[in-house]
Design a protein around this ligand. Structure first.
Ligand code: SF4
Ligand code: SF4
Length: 336
């Protein structure tokens, strides 16, 4: 079984974390069943967030009474200390626990540090002193900010999107963290659903000893596939490397990850889907996207008022309006 030692915390988990964002979309019964099956299959690291609606609640329901057998990572999106304490109290209540193993700042603009006048890092230290959290973590979608967090030496884990579509600069960041003995929690290991070859995604992650990928699953079939990798980790052999190269050729370059940080759009455009339409049409069953409803959704791109909000907020520095226009043209051609 492949395992990851999480930084110098003394915690070791198998190299499969459970990303609990998608369980928002399924019923409480289904979510509890999925979470317990994950635990029975050997997963002990569960990552959620205060921002994921009822995800924490479902985790609390699933693991009440067996708290010490799992590790819970959650996230706080507050930008002031009052919000920090309110969110921490709410998370503890929803998770039905009196401590969080890894408490992460959720994609802030900056890497908080003591004395920066926000009081955020001091609040985390105080929560740690009170035993409410055990380790302080940080998540970000911007490489420059994630690097600052790493360089500060203040964070015990850093969560960042990592997949075989990551750039060399991003992979160097993972390697640099490894040299500092910091574990990177790999979000979006399937690139927001665009990578459909889970075997290749897992094989790629196995190259980085300090990378703990968290897989966002909401269906039993997807979970079983990852559980199988706990027992039999796929080897990154030549055939798998070839599959990765083929996928990279199809997906590489400036593609939308579907993270949604550019929302809301004043023109009502569903940017995370519309900006990926060309890829979705070719990489997934596409009947749904060829419906009248989706033709209408795509048509909203013509109503873009060029406010610039999406491009400013995109952590991947995409020219989002241009990407949307290109996707609309391709969509109309594809439908003909
Ligand atoms: S630039 Fe266009 S697509 Fe982007 S947020 Fe503004 S209206 Fe929406
Ligand atoms: S355009 Fe950028 S911010 Fe918006 S969903 Fe895509 S990757 Fe995320």
């Amino acid at each position: 079984m492949s395992t990851v030692k999480i930084s110098d915390t003394g915690i070791e988990v198998n190299k499969n974390g459970f990303g609990a964002l998608p369980i928002q979309r399924i019923s409480a019964d289904e979510a509890v069943g999925l979470l317990r099956r994950a635990y029975d299959g050997g997963i002990t690291y569960f990552d959620t967030a205060r921002a994921y609606s009822d995800s924490e609640t479902k985790l609390g329901m699933a693991f009440e009474g067996m708290r010490e057998k799992i590790y819970i990572a959650t996230k706080c999106f507050a930008s002031d200390t009052e919000g920090f304490w309110n969110q921490l109290r709410k998370s503890l209540a929803e998770l039905r626990t009196d401590y969080v193993d890894f408490y992460q700042f959720h994609n802030p603009e900056r890497a908080y540090e003591p004395g920066d006048c926000t009081g955020m890092y001091e609040a985390a230290l105080e929560a740690k002193r009170q035993g409410l959290i055990r380790h302080i973590g940080f998540t970000n979608h911007r490489l420059a900010v994630a690097k600052l967090a790493l360089e500060s030496g203040l964070y015990e884990i850093i969560q960042y999107p990592v997949s075989f579509l990551s750039s060399e600069a991003e992979l160097d960041f993972v390697r640099d963290a490894g040299e500092k003995n910091i574990t990177i929690i790999g979000m979006k290991s399937l690139a927001g659903g665009l990578i459909t070859n889970a075997r290749a995604a897992y094989g790629f992650a196995s190259r980085f000893p300090n990378l703990l990928p968290i897989w966002g699953v909401q269906r039993a079939g997807e979970l079983e596939e990852f559980l199988e990798y706990v027992k039999n980790p796929p080897e990154l052999d030549e055939a798998l490397l070839r599959e990765i190269e083929e996928d990279k050729a199809q997906l590489g370059g400036d593609f939308c990850r579907g993270c949604g940080y550019c929302l809301p759009c004043p023109a009502g455009i569903d940017i995370p889907t519309c900006a990926r339409m060309s890829l979705l049409l070719r990489r997934a069953p596409n009947a749904w996207y060829l419906s009248e409803e989706w033709a209408e959704n795509m048509g909203k791109i013509e109503a873009c008022v060029a406010c610039g909000h999406c491009a400013q907020c995109c952590p991947y520095s995409l020219d989002t309006p241009a990407l949307l226009r290109a996707n609309l043209a391709d969509y109309r051609n594809f439908k003909r």
